[in-house]
Design a protein around this ligand. Sequence first.
Ligand SMILES: [Zn+2]
Length: 450
Amino acid sequence: MEMEAPVTRQQTAILCLIPFILVPIAHGCSHPAINRDAQFLAEIERIPAIDNHAHPVCPPAVVPGDRDFDALPVDNLEPESDPVLLQPSNPNLPLAWKALFGFSGTAGTPDGLRRLQQARDVVRKAKGDKYSVWVLDQSNVETMLGNRVSLCEGISRPRFAWVPYADALLFPLDNSKLAGNNPDRKVYVPLEDRLLRRYLTQRGFKQPPWKLTEYLERVVTPTLEEQRHGGAVAEKFEIAYLRKFDFGDPSSTEAEKVYSQWMGHGPPPEAAYKILQDYLFRYVAGECGRLGMAVHLHRMAGAGGYFDVAGVNPLLLEPVLNDPRLRKTKFVFVHGGWPYTREITALLEKPNVFLDYSSQALSFSPATLAVTLREWLERNPEKVLYGTDAYPSSDLMGWEESLWMANKTAREALALALEGMERDGEVTHEQALRLAHQVLHDNAKSLYSL
Ligand SMILES: [Zn+2]
């Protein structure tokens, strides 16, 4: 496959200088697209990172055809318009193949792909049961929070921490009408049904109990407790794929009424089901706070061409974040909320709100991401977490390449943002380096008591 030559750093530098030559404005190039200080970037690359969000895949020798890397895998949806950097033409992809597997050349043909697979197999075999840890080492990731349905041998402590999924617990009724006319949700809802059955089976139930109190006491709470004891540091909600963020605050009586009326009696009307889901969301969030787990919320436009971007404006969650009963629960906006990055900035003032910039490092350039990062770092740097969203996207880009590429961009963007702050006299060099340590490592370490 032919790839366009990427713009070199030298070319970018010249492009950025043009405004200075033609129009001597103070800001110059609005996108600071070069790392002025290679030494500073090198210092940042040496900091061991805690990756707040990723989907590591179990080694094939341990779990052949592993699908637990996501509760709602996004590889069976109708086509959408992929951003440029998520396409196989991303110039960082061949760099990842080369760095990880010593593979040079293109993989866009069946023969090329076969040679890439061979190169991967050689490394996998050589690394054996240390393969997953070796993958982390290639990006200087000390600990990865693995957002998975289950862990496995090779994806385990101490280098991996666990973030399981809680969405299924919010949908105990008949879900045959839950997807409405949304084709993506028609893919997702059966997967949530299956995960709830799995949770029910683990608790010795074939179907949810008939009373809400019993469902809470014998299914929901024990599931969360068991996951906590199994090493979970947070519960993940992919609820953004399933409904809007407009959680109300119904009473237990209202929720019990819906539960009793509709359990075993077919699909409930949307408005009635919402009452139960809203109640269960706050219940689970409260239990997470009690058990010392954070709540992770997928907050980024996509994936999927039917994703409800307007419905997941993070400001819709403000009543939940302002609920005094939930102040012990730490909420982490995974993916930094794009495109609502400024709304998230405002929400960071709440003591229990955090964000990571995973996934953004896969879909934006360092220069673009640095602008967003700098705003957060100027406001609440103690709330900003490094993350990659490493994900097995395709045959060409496994979670390994995805981690390598996201890590490269995430660290370059952080260096650019901090260099800008240092250049403009906001921080000293030592303070910039301190902030880098916070974002890459220390903020997550203290948030999860790792
Ligand atoms: Zn993810």
